[in-house]
Design a protein around this ligand. Structure first.
Ligand SMILES: *[C@@H]1O[C@H](CO)[C@@H](O)[C@H](O)[C@H]1NC(C)=O
Ligand SMILES: *[C@@H]1O[C@H](CO)[C@@H](O)[C@H](O)[C@H]1NC(C)=O
Ligand SMILES: *[C@@H]1O[C@H](CO)[C@@H](O)[C@H](O)[C@H]1NC(C)=O
Ligand SMILES: *[C@@H]1O[C@H](CO)[C@@H](O)[C@H](O)[C@H]1NC(C)=O
Ligand SMILES: *[C@@H]1O[C@H](CO)[C@@H](O)[C@H](O)[C@H]1NC(C)=O
Ligand SMILES: *[C@@H]1O[C@H](CO)[C@@H](O)[C@H](O)[C@H]1NC(C)=O
Length: 555
């Protein structure tokens, strides 16, 4: 054991939380979360910074590294970070949602400790509480393949993050007032790209610079509140190499759609005339179009970017067909070696018998004159006691009922039930989760704790016969899926990660106003083989406060 690893191990032991395998390296971070003033859309406004930055500090780690992040909350509100796409194996204790842990109170700190087990790719973290995401606190998290594990492309000359999304100039407190009073947050004011926005013709510093002839990896994430984006790099094609943690078949694209909550990586070769080029991010499927640009320059650039932008993909129904075709062109590279999620199920997911089908239909309604969003007629409400802790301390029956929501929507019922939405899921079941969207707007859905195979998207309604259209061979294993207006999307996964896992609309106001649920995946064994012990530094709130600690799990 190297000295540094040994030291790290000692540090961890002294912190009293050896939940992770000792032989894998540790990375330590200290993050100070504060308010600050920047102007993502040109108007100075209050934002949430981490160590003074927006986007926040990046985490650069490798598969199986142990990540330790001590987060100091210097805001005036409780705060939590969630790690979008990081599977937190056996460790929903620190998933950073209100159903799994108590928020970090103002003026206090909490140390996340987790392992990025058997994963590679591009992810992001963001605040999950009180609309904070609309004000920042977001950053990239990259997981490299371990040394000696071949990556299916040559080492790029550099690695560039593009954290982009729709943006509101109002800030999270004003937006939260809107939704708390039962109204929508309305349309965003623009699109930010790494904390800035630009128009054609602006004189601005390049976002990134490329050397002629070299190839660069760009990691794009859509971290917005509701808007799907299309992006392109003027004059260049982009080779897709990774999508939400899976190496893909390497197709070339002129432009790519990226929906809220999703990240992908492309390779771009600087093989054009040496000058400036626009990176263009535009809204998709919105009434009022929005566009923002940034400049990508060559080191020996001899001229400005041309104001003539390449054409955008179509909008409306033609645009949806275009986008669905693009989705279908995303294929998993089955021969690329990499850490794989669900290793037992990965290669033959198409041959596993489905043990349960859950069909989720999103809806929007008014309850007592207030806007609510629900799934199969249930609109989730958070409780003072995180659901995971209620289960662990065996006080769940005082707080919520399992399976308030049915596995299929009840026909014609307009009734909306406001309650904690907890699904009793069976450990190791192979489930099919169908998302059916009857609304006129696009949706995105995200599952914590897992990745799923996104086996199909089609317009219309889902029925069991549609299974014959599934991609049962090389669908991409991912954690977020878009659902087009009046369309469905089908996903499959093995529920082999015990814990309490959030399944949510990735659209800020929808999840806040109830469009989310938790899958309670209990291992009856209460064994360390299936789930880590509750970390020693877990803050308690609600009912468990003052209760005796349950006996720890056994090996
Ligand atoms: C965090 O930042 C605030 C404001 O700049 C500062 O007062 C505080 O000391 C910092 N805390 C830590 C732990 O660095
Ligand atoms: C990230 O980690 C990789 C692999 O350890 C290393 O090659 C690279 O230089 C790091 N990049 C940054 C920006 O720290
Ligand atoms: C808060 O930070 C201190 C100082 O770094 C650390 O010792 C302590 O463990 C942290 N508290 C929690 C709950 O993580
Ligand atoms: C898949 O990965 C393999 C192994 O790294 C690579 O040689 C191949 O080019 C990739 N295939 C495609 C279609 O991208
Ligand atoms: C799957 O279901 C089929 C039909 O019910 C059955 O014949 C088969 O044995 C099952 N396969 C597995 C692996 O359980
Ligand atoms: C959850 O479902 C299992 C069967 O899969 C059942 O044994 C268990 O009692 C259920 N738990 C609750 C709390 O309903």
């Amino acid at each position: 054991m190297g000295n540094i690893t040994f030291l790290a191990l000692l540090l961890c032991l002294s912190a009293g939380a050896l939940i992770v395998q000792a032989e894998d390296p540790y990375l330590f971070f200290e993050w100070n979360v504060t308010y600050g003033t920047i102007a993502p859309l040109g108007v100075p406004q209050q934002v949430i910074l981490i160590n003074g930055q927006f986007p926040g500090p990046r985490i650069n780690c490798s598969s199986n590294n142990n990540i330790v992040v001590n987060v100091f909350n210097n805001l005036d509100e409780p705060f939590l970070l969630t790690w979008n796409g990081i599977q937190q194996r056996k460790n929903s204790w620190q998933d950073g949602t209100l159903g799994t842990m108590c928020p970090i109170q103002p003026g206090t700190n909490y140390t996340y400790r987790f392992q990025v087990k058997d994963q590679i790719g591009s992810f992001f973290y963001y605040p999950s509480t009180a609309f904070h995401r609309a004000s920042g606190g977001i950053g990239g998290l990259r997981v490299n393949s371990r040394l000696l594990i071949p990556v299916p492309f040559d080492e790029p000359a550099d690695d560039y993050w593009v954290i982009m999304g729709d943006w509101y100039t109002k800030g999270h407190k004003a937006l939260k007032k809107f939704v708390d009073s039962g109204r929508s947050i309305g349309r965003p004011d623009g699109i930010q790209i790494n904390g800035k926005s630009g128009k054609i013709g602006d004189k601005s510093e390049p976002l990134f610079t490329m050397e002629p002839g070299k190839t660069y990896r760009y990691r794009f994430c859509n971290v917005g509140m509701k808007t799907s984006l299309n992006f392109k790099l003027q004059g260049h094609t982009m080779k897709l190499v990774e999508l939400e943690g899976s190496h893909t078949v390497q197709n070339l694209y002129d432009s790519l759609d990226l929906h809220v909550g999703q990240c992908l990586s492309v390779l771009v070769t600087a093989n054009q005339e040496p000058k400036d080029y626009y990176l263009v991010a535009s809204s998709r499927f919105t009434k009022k179009p929005m566009t923002s640009v940034a400049i990508i320059s060559y080191t020996n650039a001899k001229g400005p970017a041309s104001p003539k932008l390449p054409p955008s993909p179509p909008e409306n129904s033609e645009g949806i067909a275009w986008s669905i075709n693009q989705f279908r062109s995303f294929r998993w590279n089955l021969t690329a070696s990499a850490a794989r999620p669900n290793p037992q199920g990965s290669y033959h997911y198409g041959k596993i018998n489905i043990t349960r089908t859950i069909k989720l239909v999103n809806s929007r309604s008014n309850v007592n004159n207030k806007l609510r969003f629900s799934i199969n007629g249930v609109s989730h409400v958070d409780s003072d006691t995180p659901l995971k802790l209620a289960e662990y301390f065996e006080v769940a029956d005082k707080m919520f009922k399992y399976d308030t929501m049915a596995d299929e929507p009840t026909l014609k019922s307009e009734k909306v039930t406001l309650a904690p939405n907890v699904v009793n899921a069976t450990f190791r079941n192979f489930v099919e989760i169908i998302f059916e969207n009857h609304e006129k707007t696009i949706q995105t859905w995200h599952l914590d704790g897992y990745s799923f195979f996104a086996v199909g998207i089609e317009p219309g309604r889902w029925s069991p016969e549609k299974r014959k259209n599934y991609n049962l061979l090389d669908a991409v294993s991912r954690h977020t899926i878009q659902v087009y207006p009046n369309s469905w999307a089908a996903t499959m996964t093995t529920l082999d990660n015990a814990g309490m896992w959030n399944l949510r609309s990735d659209m800020g106001e929808r999840s806040y106003l109830g469009q989310q649920l938790y899958l309670s995946v209990l291992s009856p064994a209460r064994s360390l083989r299936d789930e880590y012990n509750i970390p020693d530094n877990t803050p308690l709130c609600g009912l468990p406060k003052g209760l005796p600690m349950p006996p720890p799990y056994t090996p």
